[in-house]
Ligand binder design. Structure first.
Ligand code: CMP
Length: 136
């Protein structure tokens, strides 16, 4: 079943010059870019996106991180895109993510883990509306 999902290449990906490397993996897999934008977000958008985490202890530094510089937000589309992208991304903690995954190959952090991918169809539709409200 074709799905759309919201993907963020977080500020660490941009700072480290890894946009091409990470985006290339999604493209090579066959996922289609439906929308894409380089932008620096404010705390309000971070809070909206991470609504389920705002009360957690790890959230204040996460908010500082995701607002610290430009990130690339995109909507990707493809068969089973949500699960496929989460597999490509790897486990949240880069130190534990399997080699061959994006986080496993490039991250040594639980926070600065390069990418975000929606974790369910409900999250995908909620997040796509937040980031790309005008997308048909
Ligand atoms: P993401 O997939 O964007 O979803 C929530 C984010 O919170 C996660 O990636 C990490 O960047 C961050 N995160 C999750 N758990 C922790 C944690 N225990 N410590 C620090 N950051 C975390």
């Amino acid at each position: 079943m074709s799905q759309r999902t919201l993907v963020l290449l977080k500020p660490d990906t941009v700072r480290r010059g890894l946009i091409g490397e990470v985006l290339g993996r999604f493209e090579a897999k066959g996922l289609r870019i439906v929308a894409m934008e380089l932008r620096t977000i404010d705390a309000e958008l971070a809070d909206q996106h991470y609504a389920e985490h705002v009360e957690k202890a790890f959230y204040p530094p996460l908010r500082d991180f995701v607002t610290s510089g430009p990130l690339v937000a995109m909507v990707l589309e493809g068969d089973e895109a949500i699960e496929v992208i989460r597999a490509l991304n790897g486990a949240t903690d880069g130190r534990k993510a399997a080699p061959g995954t994006i986080r496993g190959d490039f991250s040594l952090s639980n926070r600065e883990n390069l990418v975000h991918g929606s974790d369910s169809e409900e999250s995908a539709s909620r997040e796509i509306k937040i980031w790309f409200p005008d997308l048909p």
